[in-house]
Write a protein that binds this ligand. Structure first.
Ligand SMILES: [Zn+2]
Ligand SMILES: [Zn+2]
Length: 140
């Protein structure tokens, strides 16, 4: 059994999966989230500070929910979080659309390269050449 310390209240609890929170804190957090979500829905113009004060949740926690995409502020609130890569304001998530796209592209081209490298080494015509290729690949 995996026993951990709750990130929020410091009590020991049996870790199952997901967050490092005990069941009680998970419940509280879920209630906090629902309260915050409802408050934002009813007060679309509220600033992050107001929401934090009214719902008794920390600004950090609200930003965490925004990053998780669980909360979304309306334009009227002027609340923005920024892209972790380029600093542009984003409405939710960790990265702006451009950065998400360019990261996906990088990932795709990286996968292409790995695929090509594998094809080269798995179909060797000349044994000595293929092993030197492999060496180079490893050293990289
Ligand atoms: Zn706890
Ligand atoms: Zn960005």
């Amino acid at each position: 059994m995996d026993v951990r310390t709750c990130r929020r209240c410091g009590r020991l609890f049996n870790y199952m999966f997901g967050t490092n929170l005990c069941a009680a804190c998970k419940n509280t957090l879920e209630k906090d989230y629902e309260r915050t979500r409802d408050y934002i829905r009813d007060n679309p113009g509220a600033s992050i500070k107001e929401v934090s004060d009214e719902c008794e949740v920390t600004i950090n926690q609200i930003e965490q929910w925004l990053r998780d995409g669980r909360l979304e502020f309306s334009k009227a609130s002027g609340v923005n979080i920024t892209c972790e890569n380029c600093g542009k304001p984003v409405k939710k998530g960790r990265y702006c659309e451009e950065c998400t796209n360019s990261m996906l592209n990088t990932l795709n081209s990286m996968m292409d390269k790995t695929k090509k490298g594998k094809e080269e080494t798995s179909a060797p015509k000349d044994k000595s050449k293929s092993s030197s290729n492999k060496m180079r690949f490893l050293r990289k």
